[in-house]
Design a protein around this ligand. Structure first.
Ligand SMILES: [Zn+2]
Length: 156
């Protein structure tokens, strides 16, 4: 049974946003507010308690390879410090969300896109990683479309 590693955005990036209140790479202002939606936080991968937790909205570019086409989009993190998610299990709060798994090859070329729907998320993920050439997966929100997390093979 293959294992997959679920990862929040890099710690140093979240720290930079909280300190400077600007989007890394882009420089435009980040926005702090009381959570009006569930998020989730892209660092700890937990959903927000709406009306209670403060969050920061900024522009994030989820592709790391220099040859990839950037795909900047809006993301949220907790305004206060939280721990980066890095585990071999689907983040528990993701189970209730509409998920789409996108399989990419290094360089950012999209090879496969699967909506999880009523299926078991792990089964769908295994299928996506099973597609020839897939090096990593992005989890996206199936309604809003935004990037939520990165998944790698645990032996990668
Ligand atoms: Zn968080």
């Amino acid at each position: 049974m293959p294992q997959f590693r679920f990862l929040g955005i890099p710690d140093e990036l979240a720290t930079e946003v909280r300190q400077n209140m600007r989007a890394p790479r882009y420089g435009h202002p980040a926005h702090r507010e009381l959570a009006r939606g569930y998020g989730p936080c892209r660092l700890c991968l937990r959903t927000f308690e709406t009306g209670k937790e403060e969050r920061i909205l900024f522009t994030y570019q989820p592709f790391r390879e220099p040859e990839s086409l950037p795909a900047p989009g809006p993301v949220f993190i907790h305004a206060e410090s939280c721990g980066r998610y890095d585990a071999l299990e689907l983040p528990p709060d993701f189970r209730a969300l509409p998920l789409v798994f996108e399989g990419y090859e290094t360089g950012g070329r999209l090879l496969v896109q699967e909506r999880v729907g009523p299926r078991v998320a792990e089964d769908v993920l295994e299928r996506v990683f099973g597609r020839r050439g897939v090096d990593y997966v992005h989890v996206r929100n199936g309604e809003a479309g935004c990037f939520m997390a990165r998944v790698e093979r645990s032996d990668a």
